[in-house]
Design a protein around this ligand. Sequence first.
Ligand code: DC
Length: 222
Amino acid sequence: MKTINIAIDGPAGAGKSTIAKMVSARLGYIYVDTGALYRAVALYITENSIADADIEPALANADVSLRFVDGAQRVFIGDRDVSDLIRTPEISMAASRTSAIPAVRKYLFGTQQKIAAENNVIMDGRDIGTVVLPNADVKIFLTASAEERAERRYKELAEKPDCPTYEEILADIKQRDENDMTRKESPLRQAEDAVFVDTTELDLEQSADEIVRIIREKTDRK
Ligand code: DC
């Protein structure tokens, strides 16, 4: 049976993962965070000090995969669950760099397509609607202003020790936007048939409501 595939793309910090999780819980789909795959590859490359020229052969042994435990995604390198280790600023920046390498994208392409072929998914990333699932049933491009994204991130981190300043977070977000949008290989851009959703003025509930509305409208789910 054909599965239903929803693609959500957009820049870092637009709330994609939180919103996509809320929407998948409501619709009973699996939520797939493809950024976690790129982060796991970045961790593998960093931990093993692999030079760019050696990445392609090295990935043949990397064994990066996603597993779903009670519907929740975990990311593995071999049998090691690295889901928490990949959430550091260092790995964010490393993933932004290594995800531009064609061998890395090629390595993860099949993994993503296979999950979407076997499950009803809401898959989020940067090139899902444009490259990975060009025939997705619904495509959404989710964004918010860089200042609003930095503000949200700052509020999230404010309680933690060594919290970066708002200006540092904003600079980091702008740098990652620049990397993701200007790379040659699968740059972040809105697919022609994607619906544009700007969450600058919306809270999480309102954003999730809007996306559920778009999905229902496009798939005739009542
Ligand atoms: O969504 P995230 O911040 O966890 O993604 C980490 C990095 O991976 C980000 O810099 C862009 C890259 N990425 C990508 O190139 N393609 C995707 N489909 C998902 C993420």
